[in-house]
Design a protein around this ligand. Structure first.
Ligand code: TPP
Ligand code: MG
Length: 650
């Protein structure tokens, strides 16, 4: 009720959309960052002609409805973005605006194909969250003039007045970020329209419209109190509110005048949509190569033989997997036009820079219909803003046209964890590059050595976590991360070493596509193996040395590499049991916490404390992540619990 005036002016006078084609590439994007106000969005979608019926509205928050408690992308036609965790939607909106400007820089040469603007509706809570500040700072720096945030400035949060915990001048804060700011009365339609006019005509700065509003406007006793934030108003309060404005008592009543206002907008939008389609068809006819590139972007096309091409490009050199990943990325840049990305100020360490491409710079062209060379590059410098970076990358993935990646040290994945969760929840193809993936980091010490992070990431449902051992696995992992099929789309994380790793000693005739299974047999040492040693990433080297030693001692062992557990678990049971038969002991070697591995393993060699500052190889020795230790442990295990016939039958 507090934002209804704002939303109505926006949807009936400014927003460009086409409810019959909700995926129209050039539609304006609307993000309800204050996701708890989801009913506002569902109401707007209903009135605007999206496939959201009155019955759907009546099923609000019920099981199986398309009107859940917080908006979910992909569930409800017209919902662009999953929101609810405050601040997240704001950062997604920045990513959408950036995505649009980068597409415009590629495709607006002959015709204004990408002119979409992004509107974000945000609340006190959104703007208290750090992630919004991170994203706002970058948006101001890049002068994203196609972005408008409407701030529902109601001085109410759940606990009461926002001012009990907030007294900075938000307007001045955003001006300091480089934003254009405007204030208005959020219940004066003409004031709102004037503010939006001013916001949308400033194309060289993002704009913040600070709209002073009253929460629960019109509710006689609950307006302007936190009582109207979330709890139902109750029958009496609703009736009194309706009486006050002379509204019929009937529930879900929509007067024809209201339908007419939205219908007028639909008509205007239809004309815009038709004109765009016509312009697009002409352009595609006249520019067949560019039209093919357009499709490659929007369909996120990758070559069918990407895996082969990347395996060939990476060669057979032993190196740090971050370096190998950097080499692979250069090849992907050549083959996959939709790939763009960057790092949170660690591109030299993460090896995420695309050498063939320019950096994204602050806007230099004010006409949004023209291509701006500032956005023609592919390297995004996110600054030291990990959470904002994740939100922006997700926003780019939501906008479409891009396969975005971002990078930082694995230990700082904690700073952006909510964005990995939201990427997975929203089925986004975002790729997260995390380097410096163990105590192998060395001298930077325990603050920089991920221990619990591999598993913290694996615990996010739907996220595929890759920890490649060598060049071949790194190349295959990248191919798998970019290969996204329809509704199966999901995010991926790749964990890479700072230090050099050994090349896995695979059997002759190994097919690189086996890596795509997530877990595979590197080599068998003898028949009827008693012990299977599973390694991930950098521990491949010591594990295969241990296998050789054990085999010299007369044991039959198998080395399995498990670069992606989630992938492995998607394989048929036959395949899984073929790689890890129940009859053998399973020993896992991974530089990270051991406990979760015990769901599979009989024994785990890892590290369950925080590490320390010293050269990386000394740390591997100190924490006994060594060939000797693996050999000793396996022999001790067999001595304690010899694998007898009874057990192998079990
Ligand atoms: C990250 C995060 N923390 C906490 C919450 C729980 N929460 C939902 S709304 C809200 C604050 C409400 O204040 P405001 O954002 O100003 O919204 P308003 O009540 O004005 O609609 C909180 C703390 C949340 N959704 N997300
Ligand atoms: Mg508020």
């Amino acid at each position: 009720m507090g934002m209804a005036d704002l939303a109505t002016v926006l949807w009936t006078r400014f927003l460009r959309y086409q409810p019959q084609d909700p995926q129209w590439p050039n539609r304006d994007r609307f993000v309800l960052s204050a996701g708890h106000a989801s009913m506002l969005l569902y109401s707007m979608l209903h009135l605007s002609g999206y496939e959201v019926s009155l019955e759907d509205l009546q099923q609000f928050r019920q099981k199986g409805s398309i009107t859940p408690g917080h908006p979910e992308a992909g569930l409800t036609p017209g919902v662009e973005c999953t929101t609810g965790p405050l601040g997240a939607g704001f950062s997604n909106g920045v990513g959408m605006a950036l995505a649009a400007r980068m597409l415009a820089a590629r495709f607006n040469q002959q015709a204004p194909l990408v002119t979409a603007r992004t509107f974000v509706l945000c609340s006190d809570g959104d703007l208290q969250e750090g992630v919004a500040s991170e994203a706002a700072s970058l948006a101001g720096h890049l002068k994203l003039g196609n972005l408008v945030a409407l701030y529902d400035c109601n001085d109410i949060t759940i606990g009461g007045r926002a001012s009990v915990s907030m007294s900075e001048n938000v307007r001045q804060r955003f001006e300091a970020y480089g934003w254009h700011t405007i204030e208005c009365d959020g219940h004066d339609p003409e004031g709102i329209a004037a503010a939006l006019e001013s916001a949308t005509s400033n194309t060289m700065q993002p704009s913040l419209v600070l709209a002073r509003t009253t929460i629960g406007k019109g509710a006689p006793s609950k307006a302007d109190t936190s009582d109207s934030h979330g709890a139902p108003l109750g029958a009496d309060e609703i009736q009194a509110a309706k009486e006050l404005v002379g509204w019929p008592a009937e529930a879900f009543h929509v007067p024809n005048e209201v339908r007419d206002v939205f219908a007028l907008r639909a008509q205007a939008n239809q004309e815009e949509y038709d004109a765009w389609q016509e312009a697009f068809r002409t352009w595609a006819r006249q520019n067949p190569d560019a039209a093919q590139l357009w499709d490659a972007h929007w369909e996120r096309t990758i070559p069918e033989d990407l895996l082969d091409a990347l395996v060939e490009a990476v060669g057979e050199k032993a190196d740090a997997t971050r370096n190998l990943s950097g080499a692979v990325l250069q090849k992907i840049a050549e083959l996959v036009p939709a790939l763009v990305g960057g790092s949170a100020d660690l591109e030299p360490s993460n090896k995420t820079l695309l050498k063939s491409a320019e950096s994204i710079r602050p806007a230099s062209v004010s006409d949004l219909t023209l291509p701006d060379p500032a956005f023609a590059g592919r390297n995004i410098h996110f600054g030291i803003r990990e959470h904002g970076m994740g939100g922006i990358v997700n926003g780019m993935a939501l906008f479409g046209g891009w396969l975005p990646y971002c990078g930082t040290f694995e230990v700082f994945s904690d700073y952006m964890r909510p964005t990995l969760r939201l990427a997975s929840l929203s089925h986004l193809p975002s790729v997260f590059v995390f380097t410096h993936d163990s105590i192998g980091v060395g001298e930077d010490g325990p603050t920089h050595q991920p221990i619990e992070q591999h598993w913290a990431l694996r615990l996010i449902p739907g996220l595929e976590v890759w920890r490649p051992a060598d060049g071949l696995e790194t190349a295959a992992a990248w191919a798998c991360m970019l290969e996204q099929e329809g509704s199966q789309t999901h995010p991926s994380a790749i964990l890479l070493t700072r230090q050099k790793t050994a090349i896995l000693n695979r059997s002759n005739g190994f097919d690189p596509y086996e890596v795509a299974s997530g877990g595979y047999i590197v080599r068998n040492y003898g028949d009827d193996q008693e012990v299977i040693l599973i390694s991930t990433g950098s521990e491949g080297g010591i594990t295969q040395e241990a296998c050789e030693r054990l085999s010299q001692e007369g044991l039959a062992v198998r080395h399995v590499s498990m670069p992606c557990l989630e992938r492995f678990e998607k394989q048929s049971l036959d395949y899984q049991l073929g790689v890890l038969p129940l009859s053998a002991y399973l020993v896992v070697v991974e530089a990270g916490v051991t406990r979760p591995w015990y769901q599979y393993a009989d024994h785990v060699i890892g590290i369950d404390e925080f590490g320390m500052s010293a050269p990386g190889d000394e740390l591997f020795a100190h924490y006994e992540l060594t060939t000797d230790r693996i050999v000793e442990d396996v022999l001790a295990l067999l001595e304690e619990q010899p694998l007898d016939d009874e057990q192998s039958d079990a």
